[in-house]
Write a protein that binds this ligand. Structure first.
Ligand code: PHE
Length: 453
């Protein structure tokens, strides 16, 4: 129900932090961040990424929480309650619902691979084999349409089962279990990496900046990834914010979530690169870094099978706590705006996202040559549509709305804890009004090739 008196809220502050951090921490941290850092040459890229997180990402996260917290509804309903019934700002809510749904459809494909690797690691299929055989396993998996679809479907069923449980019994409870476990596993892998002979080189790669490697493409990737990794522009943070009650201190919540997300990306990089260097592999291996090189590296280490199992379990957990936050956006829409019961909304939308994801699953095998849209496979097209356009555009609209159009100064300052921190509101407003929109416009114009990149 949308009536605020009856709305379900998070049972605890910790529950909310873990759920929102669970949304933020996902494939973006463990798969994408290390690989794009590798491609862009390390240290200097990491610095720019950190600046984008602090100056653009976090202010927009605060704005999304504010909008949801104030609206007490799904993204469409929250914009409606803020801007008025017939307001065009509702379109931003619609864009968020669409973006999260499309994102879920192809995210589940990659997440599904990690389930297959959990089974591979547990059954010893990754142990005691020559490197080439291990790296071929990835090709064998993705070239089989049935296997890919099977794992994608299984991952979607897990996602739906958790969202079916609702905010408290599903999302909050599972986040409380999965997130600390994930953090622990990552610390363990990080510790293992620090003991490897590649530790020094790995640390230097991540933290010693070489600014000559900083291309314009690297700057733009850093900014785009800041949106993806903090779950911005897709309505997830608006929806999670709508389950907050009036007393929440949005600044300290956002700070904790941002720091957790950033720490986990850093630990993932620090767990992976030393091992990559110790084994004499290339840090710039690209998207295959996780699935192809990591199992090879583990197979050569003592206790390698256990480490590989831990790693892929962690990977699957991280993906699951993100996918539930994607499904929750459209489910909340049907519950809040159309009065649907949660189970019906969950299973119907989840099945819809599974069906929509099938062309993406086939992009790696049967339809690898089918490129109907912009010369790209379905997977690449959807990824580009979401990561390069819809998330940054959604984030831009949130920044412009909260910075320029939402007149509730009092409410904004109150929710940001004005009395404790008088410096915060002016700083936040400045970043939201000028810095974030300028940065996003630059990404989008670059994507459309205006700068000839
Ligand atoms: N932040 C998630 C990740 O890093 C992805 C995500 C984007 C989740 C948008 C929800 C909304 O994998």
């Amino acid at each position: 129900m949308s009536a605020s008196g009856q709305r379900i809220h998070w049972a605890s502050r910790m529950g909310f932090i873990l759920a929102a951090a669970g949304s933020a921490v996902g494939l973006g941290n463990i798969w994408k961040f290390p690989y794009i850092t590798g491609v862009h040459g390390g240290g200097a890229f990491v610095l720019v990424y950190l600046a984008c997180i602090a100056l653009v990402g976090m202010p927009i996260m605060m704005a999304e929480f504010l909008i949801g917290r104030h609206g007490q509804r799904d993204p469409v309903g929250s914009f409606e309650s803020l801007a008025g019934k017939g307001s065009p700002w509702k379109l931003v809510g619609w864009g968020a619902v669409a973006a999260s749904f499309i994102l879920l459809s192809f995210y589940a494909v990659v997440a599904g691979w990690s389930l297959d690797y959990v089974v591979k690691a547990a059954t010893g299929a990754l142990a005691g084999r020559p490197a080439e055989e291990i790296s071929n396993l990835f090709g064998q998996l993705v070239s089989s349409p049935w296997q890919v679809i099977f794992w994608q479907a299984l991952f979607m069923v897990l996602t739906m089962a958790i969202v079916h449980g609702g905010v408290g019994k599903g999302i909050e409870r599972w986040s409380k279990i999965l997130m600390p476990l994930l953090f622990l596993l990552l610390l363990l892998l990080f510790g293992r990496a620090m003991l490897s002979p590649g530790a020094k080189e790995g640390l230097a790669f991540m933290f010693a900046p070489d600014f000559s490697k900083l291309t314009p493409a690297a700057l733009l990737d850093a900014l785009g990834h800041a949106f993806f990794t903090l779950s911005l522009g897709a309505g997830s943070m608006i929806t999670y914010g709508s389950y907050l009650d009036a007393r929440s201190d949005l600044f300290s919540l956002s700070l904790r979530i941002t720091v957790l997300d950033t720490l986990i990306a850093m630990f993932a990089g620090l767990a992976i690169f030393p091992i990559v260097f110790a084994a004499g592999l290339e840090p710039s291996a690209g998207p295959g870094l996780v699935f192809q090189t990591i199992p090879i590296v583990f197979s050569e280490l003592p206790f390698g099978s256990v480490l590989a199992l831990l790693f892929f379990l962690l990977f699957a957990f991280a993906a699951l706590s993100s996918s539930i936050s994607m499904l929750e956006v459209s489910v909340a829409y049907l519950i809040d705006e159309k009065n649907w019961p949660r189970p019906r909304a969950t299973w119907l939308l989840g099945s819809g996202a599974l069906l929509l994801g099938i062309p993406s699953a086939l992009s790696f095998n049967r339809w690898s040559e089918v490129k109907p849209l912009f010369g790209k496979t379905f997977f690449d097209f959807f990824d580009m549509l979401i990561s390069s356009y819809m998330l940054p555009l959604g984030g831009l609209c949130v920044a412009v709305y909260a910075g320029w159009f939402w007149k509730g100064e009092e409410e904004k300052t109150e929710l940001l804890g004005e009395r404790k921190r008088p410096w915060l509101f002016p700083l936040w407003h400045f970043l939201l009004r000028y810095v974030a929109p300028a940065a996003v416009l630059i990404i989008i114009l670059n994507q459309t090739g205006v700068f000839g990149a």
